[in-house]
Design a protein around this ligand. Sequence first.
Ligand SMILES: Cc1cc2nc3c(=O)[nH]c(=O)nc-3n(C[C@H](O)[C@H](O)[C@H](O)COP(=O)(O)OP(=O)(O)OC[C@H]3O[C@@H](n4cnc5c(N)ncnc54)[C@H](O)[C@@H]3O)c2cc1C
Length: 418
Amino acid sequence: MLAEVTGSGEAPEGGPKFTLELNQDQKDIKEWVHGFAEGVVRPAAEEWDEREETPWPVIQEAAKIGLYGFEALGQFWADDTGLTLPIANEELFWGDAGIGMAIMGTSLAVAAIFGQGTPEQMGEWIPQCFGDADDVKLGAFCASEPDAGSDVSAIRTSAKYDEATDEWVINGQKAWATNGGIANVHVVIATVDRELGSRGHAAFVIPPGTKGCEQGAKVKKHGLRASHTADVHLDDCRVPGSCLLGGKEKLDERLARVREGKKSKSQAAMQTFEASRPTVGAQALGIARAAYEYSLEYAKERRQFGKAIIENQAIAFALADMKLEIDAARLLVWRAAWMGRSGQRFENAEGSMSKLKAGEVAVWATERAIQILGGNGYTREYPVERMHRDAKIYTIFEGTSEIQRLVISRAISGVHVK
Ligand SMILES: Cc1cc2nc3c(=O)[nH]c(=O)nc-3n(C[C@H](O)[C@H](O)[C@H](O)COP(=O)(O)OP(=O)(O)OC[C@H]3O[C@@H](n4cnc5c(N)ncnc54)[C@H](O)[C@@H]3O)c2cc1C
């Protein structure tokens, strides 16, 4: 667990110290993001949910105050306890999840470039994912396909190397890409050798304006509607050799190792996924907390049978359980975030645990919130129905709840559970 939240994670001299108290930097960032969520995001939430469009003016506001951009992500990441990233995400998504995802969706592409790119590639492409406050841009990460969701090994999008021109030629169709088609930079996962399954995959940057990379159908969604989701078509899409993240030499070495039957680095990839999961869990927590707070206030105000509805145990206990589950989920999120940042091994899939718990708590708590608001909760006059619609995606994307349970059960048992 957390050895010391305020320091490097190592016990200070004089014996072990355990604290969950946030340090001043963490408190400042929490307050800063909360202020933006409360003052800018919340008031815009209903409008952009109804419009089902990317809230460009809100993203621009975020860029103006330095919340949207590489510097902000760098600042969150710089905290060596790992807590600032989930704290910032929880606060932003407390404001609104659709707008939160419109702001944070770019970080999926950035994480792929940061995780797999060379220093030159990071320097070239990450700034282009964000643009600047006068001209904001987006990034998109495209892995899923119509027939490859949970089963990423089934990816069909292919990348073939054209030696004559030192270009990669990419063909295929991507599904459900956040910011797909409207992003400046797309990161696409393609197979360079289908026989090798996921070990034959590589990540490519598709630079702005590349011919053959087009948006397909825009998806109309149940929730998270301020975040753009669309298919992306790649038709003879040619990108320079330098767009292969990590470079060709590294890819060739890796493929040779796999073909020789040696161990690939899939374990390392799994560790990377585990490390990014608490951030997603923190987004779900933000939604759950927003619904809890709203329904708590409502229950104190709403009167039936001559008393506030919270005076009934049925309502008060529901709220007690909501608070309990949200706090429990946050502890799992913080533990996994700390483990990921301080390089601990996820022996029991603690990253998956955090995302699974937070996602399921968000769905459950937002449903409870609707129940507490009664008829009002079911209408669009009140925000909890939107929160419930938004929460549902957290048991689906970034690994469904079933897939998280698969990862956890394999980790704890050592058995290849199917
Ligand atoms: C709003 C939204 C945004 C998204 N953004 C992105 C993005 O930016 N980039 C991207 O690449 N993708 C994105 N996705 C895709 C998302 O990651 C996939 O939808 C998700 O991985 C699930 O895949 P699937 O929809 O094909 O479901 P399927 O894999 O078809 O699963 C269907 C059901 O079967 C279950 N199931 C499947 N396999 C097993 C198994 N082995 N054991 C038990 N149960 C199983 C699942 O848990 C699920 O309940 C997004 C999706 C949505 C809806």
